[in-house]
Each structure stands twice: as structure tokens, then as C-alpha cells.
Write a protein that binds this ligand. Structure first.
Ligand code: PLP
Length: 416
């Protein structure tokens, strides 16, 4: 068998494949401490809620109805309408059902969007997707049909008290030429927990408008749902913005439901791509989310259950880290949202890849930071100095993992 160029590109053992197979391996290894993946927490209140919701929908025949039919290529109409109403009411955005399309997980939305706006153009030009601030989400790295589809920029680093730091967009060095087809940011950011400031987002929005290219904002963790954001941040949407949302971090990753909010032309393109690639997006996620909107539970649970859960968990995790690892050994990106901590081992004598392997050998899974710089062309030692960990497991497990991490850091320093 010979694979095509497409086959060769999409069957590579990419960073995301490593992450997913580690996750799978870890899940099957008894006693492994999984601080690597992006699975949302099993929040007991949400689990009970979803169990009851499924039971109710089953009893009412709505679940059977949804699994026995294809939705349209743009997604379940009743959900699109309810979501549009909710978002316009909540955020004051002029959104209608024609501004929303669903995809099978927001991951596939990025595949569609990046290849829609970047790559070979009809006039022969080749365009790229620009990430104004790397580190960025590992899942973007390999979605391009063509190689070298992505370009990213180093941030500036603001050192904060108590061993924290925060990345900012380095506007002084950001160059957005005519070869850029779209700008993309995750806000809150996976892997760092950074939330771009309102000013940064407004400046990016202005640049995107000026260049006539879309600003893609990946809002997988943001407001109004699932609401895993701890700092003040005003959500942005306008006809030049493509906002991507998801039901995953609400606690429903298995429904594979991504939501794209954009101008009509982009939404029609998404619907057409859905038709060709998957006929229609899955219908269970929208059926559940529609009911949640109708019951007034989607935003309520995001605000009252999900956000407080993660806020408490992140504070506990920070306290655990600082109990075992002092600031001289490890700086932490200020956690402003999402479900990860980004650790910077500035003076560690070994690379984060070696640290990852040593931790993995001891049953602790974290993700080495160098995967999170898709499209960064310059050499930057910082990329080898960071690790991403999630703070989803129970604090007792996190503590066990941090003890191992602290030991491995000391060992590396002793080896010098
Ligand atoms: N965007 C970000 C920033 C993520 O962290 C993830 C998943 O971890 C996704 C998008 C994709 O999520 P899904 O395809 O489950 O909607």
C-alpha cells in the first residue's frame, strides 16, 4: 500500500497523536497520574445533571428522535435558533441562526477554517494562519492540508509577584503581511491559561479588519459557556470575527459538538463542508444543549458549578505546587482560565522533553512544552523549558504527581 501525500501528512505521529496515545496508555496503566490530557473534570454535580437530562430526554422521546435522524449540514435548526437568541440576549451580539454552524467537535472546525482561509489561493498565492502569541493550542499544529500553513510569534513576558508570569502579544514585532489569510487565538489559551486582555483583542480585531482577514477566536473554555475563566475579559464578536465554541469543556467531549459563530458567508461554507465531509454534524450534543438552554441551565451551571469548581481546583493545585517546588525552580503562568497550568523551568539543566520522559517512566503524565509553538520559526530556548499540566484530577493525585515532579527537578539540578 502506498499512501498519498495527503495520507502521509495526516498519518504522521504528530504531537496531538502522542498526546492522545499517552492518554489512552495512561488510562490503561493502573496508578498512572494523568496530568497530560485535556479531558474535562468529571464534576459530580454535572455528571448527575447529565444523567438526569439524558433520562428525561429519553422518557420524552427526544433522545430517540435525535439519534434516529440526520440534522441539516449546518446543524440542528432548533438549537441554532435557541443559541442565537441566548447569545444575542446575553451578549448583545446581532446573531441569528444563519450565523451559527455546528461541527463534529471544534477540532474539526479548525481543520475547515484554516484550510478555508490559508493554503494555495486561486491566484497562486500561498496564505498562512497567524498566531500572534505562541504558546498556542497543540491541536492547531497539524490541521493544514499543506505544510507550513502556520506562523506564530514569540510573546513578551511580564514577570509577576509570587513566581508568576504572563505572556503578552508583542505588537512591536508582529508583522502581518499580505500572505496572512487569518489570525487565530485561543482565549483562554490552552496550554497556558492566559487570557488576552481586552486591549490586545481589540488591537488584533482592528488589524484583522484593516487587512480584510478574519480573526478566529477559539473560545473552547470561555464565556458564556463553559465559563472557565477567572479574570475579567469582554467577549468579542463582529462580522469579521469567527468565534469557535464547544460543548466539550462543559463536560460533554463525547458528544463531539463544536459551534462556529461567524458571518453568513463563512457559515454557509461550513455547512457545505460539513455536507461533503460528514453529511451532518452529530445530533446528540445539540439535543442536550437545546434542552439546557430551554431550562435556563446552560449559563447557570457554567457560572454556578463549572467555573467555581475549576477555580477552587486551580487554587488547590497552586498551593500544592508551591508547597513542594519554590519559585526559583519553577515559574507559573498566571492561571486566568482553561484547565491547565503552564510551568516554566527557567534554569533546568535538562529539556522539557527529557523531563517528560523521566516523569512518564515514573507514571506521571504531563505534556512537554515544545509542542505548543506551532509555526514558530525562530529558535527560542524557552520552548524547551516549559511543561503543561492539567489540574483536573483529585488534589490527592495531583499532590502525588507534584512530589514526583519536585524530585525529578531536584535530580536534574544535582546532575547539573
Ligand atoms: N480548542 C482548544 C483551545 C482546546 O483546548 C480544545 C480541546 O482540548 C479544542 C479546541 C477542541 O475541542 P473539541 O474538538 O472537543 O471541541
Amino acid at each position: 500500500m502506498t499512501f498519498s501525500s495527503f495520507g502521509k501528512k495526516f498519518t504522521r505521529f504528530s504531537g496531538i497523536t502522542q498526546l492522545m496515545s499517552d492518554l489512552n496508555e495512561g488510562l490503561r496503566t493502573p496508578g498512572a497520574i494523568m496530568l497530560g490530557g485535556g479531558n474535562p473534570a468529571k464534576i459530580p454535580e454535572m455528571q448527575d445533571y447529565f444523567t438526569q437530562l439524558c433520562a428525561d430526554l429519553l422518557a420524552e422521546g427526544k433522545l430517540t428522535e435525535s439519534i434516529c435522524n440526520y440534522d441539516g449540514p449546518q446543524g440542528k435548526n432548533t438549537f441554532l435558533t435557541a443559541l442565537a437568541e441566548m447569545l444575542s440576549k446575553e451578549l448583545g451580539w446581532p446573531i441569528e441562526a444563519k450565523n451559527i454552524a455546528l461541527t463534529n467537535g471544534s477540532q474539526s472546525a479548525f481543520f475547515y477554517l484554516f484550510n478555508l482561509f490559508a493554503g494555495h489561493q486561486p491566484d497562486g498565492q500561498v496564505k498562512k494562519v497567524l498566531f500572534p502569541l505562541a504558546p498556542e493550542y497543540i491541536g492547531y499544529a497539524d490541521v493544514g492540508l499543506e505544510d507550513d500553513l502556520l506562523v506564530s510569534y514569540k510573546p513578551t513576558i511580564e514577570l509577576l509577584p509570587e513566581g508568576m508570569f504572563k505572556y503578552h502579544v508583542d505588537f512591536d514585532h508582529l508583522h502581518i503581511g499580505d500572505d496572512i489569510g487569518a489570525i487565530c487565538v485561543s482565549r483562554p489559551t490552552n496550554p497556558t491559561g492566559n487570557v488576552l486582555t481586552d486591549e490586545e483583542v481589540m488591537r488584533l480585531d482592528a488589524i484583522a479588519h484593516q487587512k480584510g482577514i478574519p480573526l478566529i477566536i477559539d473560545n473552547a473554555y470561555g464565556v458564556p459557556f463553559p465559563g472557565i475563566i477567572f479574570s475579567q475579559a469582554t467577549p468579542l464578536w463582529n462580522l469579521n470575527t469567527i468565534l469557535c465554541m464547544s460543548l466539550s469543556k462543559l463536560g460533554l467531549p463525547g458528544t463531539r459538538c463544536g459551534i462556529i459563530i461567524a458571518n453568513e458567508e463563512t457559515i454557509q461554507a461550513m455547512g457545505n463542508m460539513n455536507g461533503i465531509i460528514s453529511l451532518a454534524p452529530g445530533s446528540i450534543g445539540p439535543a442536550l444543549a437545546l434542552e439546557m438552554i430551554e431550562r435556563g441551565d446552560l449559563l447557570r451551571l457554567s457560572e454556578q458549578v463549572i467555573r467555581p469548581f475549576y477555580q477552587q481546583r486551580v487554587e488547590q493545585t497552586l498551593a500544592i505546587i508551591r508547597h513542594y517546588i519554590p519559585a526559583e525552580r519553577c515559574l507559573i503562568h498566571k492561571p486566568e482560565g482553561a484547565i491547565f497550568l503552564w510551568l516554566w523551568f527557567k534554569d533546568l539543566p535538562i529539556s522539557s522533553q527529557t523531563l517528560y520522559q523521566r516523569l512518564k517512566a515514573r507514571g506521571v503524565l504531563m505534556v512537554p512544552g515544545h509542542y505548543f509553538f506551532p509555526g514558530l520559526e525562530q529558535e527560542w530556548p524557552h520552548t524547551q523549558q516549559c511543561m503543561r499540566m492539567n489540574y483536573v484530577p483529585e488534589p490527592e493525585l495531583i499532590e502525588k504527581g507534584i512530589i514526583v515532579l519536585a524530585e525529578e527537578i531536584e535530580r536534574a539540578h544535582k546532575e547539573g
